[in-house]
Design a protein. Sequence first.
Length: 277
Amino acid sequence: MQGGYYSSVGGMVTQINRLDVIANNIANANTTGFKRDDVVIGDFLRLYEQHKEFLPIDEQTKDAAKFYNRSLNRVPHIVEEFTDRSLGGMMQTDNTFDFALGRENAYFMIETPDGIRYTRDGSFVLNEQGRLVNKEGFPVLPREYLDAPQYIEFIDGFQVEVDTHGNIYTRDLNNEGISEMELLTNIGIVSFENPKYLKKVGDNLYAYPQERSNEREALEQSGAVRQGFLEKSNINVVYEMTGLIETNRLVEAYSKVLKTHMDELNTEAITKLAAKA
């Protein structure tokens, strides 16, 4: 009886944790460049079927039967958390300093007090010094920053165009004698050998382990930058709401099982006390 009680508690806690993930996805449905999170909940029967060939016991033995039953009675839990990094839709804004990335595994570089961070959110602005920054005021970095610290800065009165590789071209609108665009700098775009190590750290930013910095690659020919666009989140609200309803029902089911177990335990306790009286 106690085994069933603990399994029910564990199952309910697991589903509540899944609810938190789904709720966070829904809350960020309109967040630029946001990538949905999901969890894998342990299914011990499935795990056993997948790995039984590697066990040192045969399925027909008593030891195998004990392992089989013991595994099925264990508490369900979240065995993996992951981020779906598929592309979101593109939204046209026509703003000069809005940028979307049209490929997976491509990120803008942002300088923060905690070091370089990475983002898919290309909603940038100019600060009072004419420096390109994100919505939190952190500088957007060029590729050259990886070799020597420098920033992307503009002067008033210049037309700005950015090509698909992130190269920034400007033209002085106050000088009619200059008609050609001149290369100023670039917006740094990087990719990673193992994107699974990217960790969300808040403010729509990611961190990558410093000891794996050699796995970071600056993309000079990414072909991914879309000026005047923003990438929407890849959240499917209908799908998330379906998951929310399903998970709520599971929480309610576990709650009913717990209530039944508690009623049985109380009845058993009362019966034993009455027998001793």
